[in-house]
Design a protein around this ligand. Structure first.
Ligand SMILES: Cc1ncc(C[n+]2csc(CCOP(=O)(O)OP(=O)(O)O)c2C)c(N)n1
Ligand SMILES: [Mg+2]
Length: 327
């Protein structure tokens, strides 16, 4: 693997801060009652999204979950349209129909997000199978959490994708929680990568909060996928710095655990590395500020956008135009 240049690392630093700032704005506006539903923030997990998506082309397809804002941004969806979707605006990725948990943007290869835990896995296998059948060299990537491994569809998808040698990258963000339940309480299996072994799927468990580690491991996994080696399961150990959803008071986390959060922060960790390589604190602050301004401007434009016309509520729901006339 060619080591990224310092400029490339700085661009990835920008991408991390951009997602962090985006989530901060989601949190702020959800708190103010401007966002419908319960957004789930990816704060603290940004290095997984950025490190994996750095290796994807627009033609590779991505599937995500209820915690998908960072993945969609890292894959290349327009920031303003993504925020507009979360706000339920007509200019949103899905014309305001999907919201935070259903971000879809086929132009950027974001083929789906779902609030049905595990639902994205089988869809991602379908897309991988389609690429294989069409003789394309593209891959399908699915992001999911550690809690998802309790769903039967996870095991079904591992089995079929291994049998059919599908170009499917499973990226597990093991953040140690499924909703409000810690991993120790919801599974005896310490590492999600263990599940790949009986299916003969290549796998690795890595530090998902260290961007260079994610970048290198994703490079290796994706290169194998493009060679036709079959599926790969990358388990990224990470940490959900926010609650399960905006508004979660987190009574299940101890004061000590919350106090140690900063040490895990992928942005702080990349900062240390960049400073060691000679980047000044001032330059990092400037990069961060540029990301913050981009987000603020996108958010304000999204907020100013119109909501969908209620008369169009049945558009894209039923195939038959005659059903639109139901009183
Ligand atoms: C089929 C299904 N079962 C249960 C839920 C409720 N639910 C929402 S998120 C979640 C936990 C998911 O945990 P994990 O896969 O680790 O993802 P994380 O939230 O940690 O990113 C559950 C059980 C759901 N949305 N769908
Ligand atoms: Mg989890």
């Amino acid at each position: 693997m060619a080591e990224p240049t310092l400029d490339e690392w700085k661009r990835m630093y920008y991408a991390l801060v951009r997602i962090r700032q985006f989530e901060a704005q989601v949190q702020r506006l959800a708190g103010a009652g401007e966002i419908p539903g319960f957004p789930h923030l990816s704060t603290g997990q940004e290095a997984v999204a950025v490190g994996v998506c750095a290796h994807l082309s627009r033609d590779d397809v991505l599937f995500t979950s209820h915690r998908g804002h960072g993945h969609v941004l890292a894959k290349g969806s327009d920031l303003e349209r993504t925020f507009a979707e979360i706000l339920g605006r007509d200019s949103g990725l899905c014309r305001g129909r999907g919201g935070s948990m259903h971000l879809v943007d086929s132009g950027a290869g974001v083929l789906g997000a779902t609030g049905v835990v595990g639902g994205n896995l089988a869809l991602a296998a379908g897309a991988a199978w389609a690429a294989q059948a069409q003789g394309k060299n593209t891959i399908s990537v699915v992001f999911f959490g550690d809690g998802t491994t309790g769903a039967g569809v996870f095991h079904e998808t591992l089995n079929l994708s291994a049998l059919w040698r599908l170009p499917l990258l499973f990226v597990c963000e093991n953040n140690g929680y499924a909703e409000f339940t810690s991993r120790e309480e919801h599974s005896n299996v310490q590492h999600v990568s263990s599940f790949a072994v009986p299916y003969a799927i290549a796998t690795k468990t890595i530090d998902g909060n260290d961007l260079p580690t994610v970048y290198a491991a994703a490079h290796e996994a994706i290169a194998a996928l493009r060679r036709g080696a079959g599926p790969y399961l990358l388990e990224c150990m990470t940490y959900r710095m926010a609650g399960h959803y905006v508004g979660d008071a987190q009574p299940y986390r101890s004061k000590e655990e919350l106090a140690a959060i900063k040490e895990k922060c992928p942005i702080e960790r990349l900062k240390i590395r960049l400073v060691a390589e000679g980047v000044t604190q001032q330059e990092l602050d400037e990069i961060g500020e540029r990301a913050r301004q981009e987000v603020l401007q996108g958010v304000e434009r999204a907020r100013a956008a119109a909501r969908p016309d209620p008369a169009t509520v049945l558009d894209h729901v039923y195939r038959s135009p005659s059903l639109h006339s139901i009183p």
